[in-house]
Design a protein around this ligand. Structure first.
Ligand SMILES: Cc1ncc(COP(=O)(O)O)c(C=O)c1O
Length: 350
């Protein structure tokens, strides 16, 4: 039997989350963002379950897109980072990919070849990570034949969409809309937070990422990370646990050791007190996170505890966002960091 440490992916929840996001913006098409192995959930499994209902997919770079095409995906695939080098345009042409254009240099790459690729021209409306200035867009578009322009899009990316009151949101929305009007091109702007928080940002295409994976409340959790108890002991008041002996018992304490650690993607800096679920009850992490093991105080657990009992690190009963907050990061990072040694298993339940 393999190690009983699993990332269990609920594919029905992925479908439900996609439909829920689409219902929030019914006039828009919704692109499922499945880069980084679908935020750690398994790109091909997620793509397969969404294929009958999704309008398209987005990935980060051409390698991810090619893997998706080679697995048989026939839907539109947008490459969010565009071409890293001119040769990526030939790949985009071969595999029928949509390419984001975000650097002035890209216009020369485009005009050097004659591919009927759909280009998404990305404006830097304030994020200052990728994107063209208005002047760069204007100069670049002037070089392109009408046949390319007729088949292209404008896009931008929110910097602060998850802070609905942030003034940059309105400025970004206003800028992309006015340019779209000027160039008479369709637009893509909203990510998950944009879909949920900013109806003025709903445009031709929205790009749904973290909400697809249940990263927002009101969406269904998708990944449950779990493992089992492989050690049980009782320590005395005053005895300490783990590397560096960073947690000391203040009473007679039952310690359960669970077979998952930072080598599996569980965050090493999770502090004492980080919660998990055992038999439906909350238990608290005590002592340092090891490479392959965690230790929990299970003294107050009212159920009989046995070796092999399952512990949920996050999932249906404890939201990944709560753990992310405990460890001072975001749910995106926790989900994408699950190591390959964790067995993914897929289920479909409503
Ligand atoms: C350009 C772009 N669009 C959309 C998304 C999806 O964002 P979210 O996961 O917040 O929905 C991302 C994610 O990083 C992105 O980089």
């Amino acid at each position: 039997m393999p190690r009983q440490t699993f990332a269990t992916i609920n594919l029905s929840a992925v479908v439900a989350n996609y439909q829920q996001a689409q219902a929030l913006a019914p006039a828009s098409k919704t692109m499922a963002v499945i880069k980084a192995d679908a935020y750690g959930h398994g790109m091909l499994a997620v793509a397969e379950v969404l294929a009958p209902i999704a309008d398209g997919f987005a990935v980060a770079f051409v390698d991810e897109a090619v893997a998706l095409r080679q697995a048989g995906c026939r839907l539109p695939i947008l490459v969010l980072e565009g071409a890293h080098e001119p040769a990526d345009l030939a790949i985009a042409h071969q595999y029928d990919l949509w390419i984001v254009v975000h650097q002035p240099e890209h216009f020369a790459w485009i005009t050097a070849v004659d591919y009927a690729i759909q280009y998404w021209f990305k404006l830097d409306t304030g994020m200052h990570r990728l994107g063209l200035s208005v002047a760069q867009l204007q100069a670049g578009l002037a070089q392109l034949p009408a046949s390319i322009l007729q088949n292209s899009m404008l896009m931008s990316h929110f910097a602060c969409a998850d802070q609905p009151e942030h003034p940059l949101n309105a400025a970004q929305i206003q800028q992309i809309h006015s340019l779209a009007q000027y160039y008479q091109l369709p637009v893509s702007l909203a990510n998950s937070a944009g879909i949920i928080e900013h109806s003025q940002a709903h445009t031709a295409w929205n790009r749904l990422g973290i909400a697809l994976y249940g990263g927002y409340s009101h969406f269904r959790p998708v990944m449950t990370l779990s493992s089992v108890i492989i050690g049980l002991r009782t320590i005395a008041d005053g005895e300490a646990v783990g590397y560096g002996q960073t947690w000391t018992a203040t009473r007679k304490t039952r310690i359960a050791t669970v077979a998952i650690g930072y080598g599996d993607g569980y965050p090493r800096h999770a502090p004492n007190g980080t919660p998990a679920i055992l038999h439906g009850q909350r238990i608290a992490l005590v002592g340092r996170v090891s490479m392959d093991m965690l230790t929990f105080d299970v003294t107050d657990c009212t159920e009989d505890i046995q070796l092999g009992d399952q512990v949920e690190l996050w999932g249906d009963n404890i939201h990944v966002s709560e753990i992310a907050e405990e460890v001072n990061t975001i749910n995106y990072e926790l989900l994408t960091r699950i190591a390959p040694r964790v067995t993914k298993q897929y289920k479909s339940t409503n």
